[in-house]
Design a protein around this ligand. Structure first.
Ligand code: PHE
Ligand code: FE
Length: 277
């Protein structure tokens, strides 16, 4: 059973993935035999380049968990990743043809299933790709699913997403995803490090996010973060910083219903606004 394609942002580009392969929950079987030797080699080059950039920039917890995951030589079989992941935290990865709509996305996360795009970027997209591909999803998102607290946070996020949709608060919660799971920074032993997948899978933004004087860095604060717009086609103008994954979990544990009600009428901050909430 095919599903309608999902188009990212305002783009009129045809989506890359083949949504005809997706089932009702938007997942599809990883067609492992279809990867070419050139794709395995490209994956290895992406991995090696990015791995070399991690020390001193990426969260040490991420670096440790990436090493546990292995999968550096060739595109891994999702089943092999799952053998490890399920034993560690009960998470699994599931193949998807690309971006999927919010509702099935949240539903998968709530079941501890992380959707991973099953196709790899083209060689000319080595440095930058506009939509998530297998490398971004796997290298960027999956290692921290081995971290018990972060793993619980992502599941809670999925449950919270389903609730936010019922409350018409999807956009506010999407900003929290963006500024934590995709572009979050963490302070580890007093140093600023990246834990967001969008940073970790980007060669340029990894250095920029922790070292450049240009962007603003603020402590993660629910109201301020949920009111801050983001840009999908440039390095971030604002990063939100946490002290630990435990702090992230605790901060986001309360029922957001009253917060959504309070924020609903308030204007959003631009991505580079410097004012407090
Ligand atoms: N506590 C949030 C709510 O009640 C759910 C949530 C948890 C959202 C973790 C994001 C992250 O809606
Ligand atoms: Fe992502």
């Amino acid at each position: 059973m095919g599903q309608p394609p999902v188009i990212y942002g305002q783009s009129s580009r045809p989506p890359r993935g083949d949504y005809a392969r997706a089932g009702a929950d938007y997942t599809c079987t990883q067609n492992y035999a279809a990867y070419t030797e050139a794709e395995h080699a490209l994956y290895q080059r992406l991995y090696a380049r990015q791995e070399a950039l991690l020390p001193g920039r990426a969260s040490q917890q991420f670096i440790t968990m990436l090493a546990q995951l292995g999968a550096r030589e060739r595109i891994p079989r999702f089943a092999d990743i799952n053998a490890h992941l399920q034993a560690a935290t009960g998470w699994q990865i599931v193949g998807v043809p690309g971006l999927i709509p919010e509702e099935p996305f949240f539903a998968l996360l709530a079941q501890r299933k992380f959707p991973v795009t099953d196709w790899l970027r083209r060689p000319e997209e080595f440095d930058y790709i506009v939509e998530p591909d297998l490398f971004h999803d796997l290298f960027g998102h999956v290692p921290l699913l081995l971290h018990p607290v972060f793993a619980d946070y992502v599941q809670r996020y999925g449950e919270g997403g389903l609730k936010a949709m019922r409350l018409g608060a999807g956009e506010m919660l999407a900003r929290l995803y963006w500024y934590t799971i995709e572009f979050g920074l963490i302070r580890e032993d007093g140093a600023l490090r990246a834990y967001g997948a969008g940073i970790l899978s980007s060669p340029g933004e990894l250095e920029y996010s922790v070292s450049s004087p240009a962007p603003q860095r603020r402590p993660l604060e629910l109201a301020r973060t949920m009111r801050t717009r983001y840009q999908i086609d440039s390095y971030q103008r604002t990063y939100f910083v946490i002290d630990s994954f435990e702090q992230l979990f605790t901060l986001t544990a309360p029922d957001f219903t009253p917060l959504y009600a309070q924020l609903r009428g308030l204007p959003a901050f631009s991505a580079d606004a410097t004012d407090a909430a």
